[in-house]
Design a protein around this ligand. Structure first.
Ligand SMILES: Cc1cc2nc3c(=O)[nH]c(=O)nc-3n(C[C@H](O)[C@H](O)[C@H](O)COP(=O)(O)O)c2cc1C
Length: 170
C-alpha cells in the first residue's frame, strides 16, 4: 500500500475483531509515532503501551468502552511538559504522532481509533489516573489498535467548499 493509499483509507475504527496483534506490531506503530516531526526537535512525546488488561481497566471508568474492550492494544500519546520551552508545540507533536499511528496501522492492514483526551472533562481524569500521570505530563490522546470489525469507505477528493485559491473567501 502506498502512503497516499493508507492516508485515504484511514478511518476511525471503533469495532475490532478478536484476532491478535503481536507486541512487535504494536511497537512498530510506536516507532512510526516517534518518527513524527517535533517542534524545534524538542521531542517531549512519550508513549504508554497498554495491553488488554490495562485497556479493560480503563474501560470500566469511561463512557466509550467498546474500542477499549475490543481493541488489542492502545498507545497513549503523552508529553512531558515539565521544563518544556516549545509553547503549545507538544500538543501539535502529539497530534502528529497520533496521526502517524493511524496511517501506519492502516498500512499494516489494521484499524485504529484516535481517542481524544486532553481537556476532555469527562475523560481526562480517568485517563490520568489509569496511566498514573504526574503533574506536568499531559495525555493528548490514545490510539486504539486492532483488526477492524467494521468496514468503512475510504476518503475521496476534497470538496470545493474546503479549498480556496490564494486567500480566504467568505
Ligand atoms: C482530536 C480528535 C479527537 C477524537 N476523539 C475521539 C474520541 O474520543 N472518540 C471517538 O470515537 N472518535 C474520536 N475521534 C475521531 C473522530 O470522531 C473522527 O476522526 C471523525 O468522525 C472523522 O471520521 P474518520 O476518522 O473515519 O475520517 C477524534 C478525532 C480527533 C482528531
Amino acid at each position: 500500500m502506498t502512503a497516499i493509499e493508507a492516508i485515504m483509507k484511514r478511518r476511525s475504527i471503533r469495532k475490532f475483531t478478536q484476532e491478535p496483534v503481536t507486541k512487535e506490531t504494536a511497537m512498530q506503530l510506536v516507532d512510526a509515532a516517534a518518527a513524527a516531526p517535533s517542534a524545534m526537535n524538542l521531542r517531549p512525546v512519550r508513549f504508554i503501551l497498554m495491553d488488554k488488561h490495562d485497556m479493560a481497566k480503563l474501560a470500566e471508568t469511561i463512557d466509550q468502552k467498546q474500542p477499549f474492550e475490543q481493541g488489542r492494544w492502545a498507545i497513549a500519546v503523552c508529553a512531558d511538559t515539565r521544563g518544556y520551552t516549545g509553547g503549545t508545540g507538544w500538543l501539535e507533536d502529539s497530534a502528529a504522532a497520533l496521526e502517524n499511528i493511524q496511517i501506519a496501522a492502516t498500512a499494516l492492514g489494521l484499524g485504529a481509533l484516535w481517542y481524544g483526551v486532553y481537556r476532555r472533562a469527562a475523560k481526562e481524569p480517568q485517563v490520568r489516573a489509569a496511566l498514573n500521570l504526574p503533574e506536568g505530563v499531559e495525555c493528548a490522546g490514545i490510539a486504539v489498535i486492532g483488526y477492524a470489525g467494521e468496514n468503512k469507505d475510504k476518503h475521496g477528493k476534497v470538496g470545493e467548499k474546503f479549498v480556496f485559491e490564494s486567500t480566504w473567501k467568505e
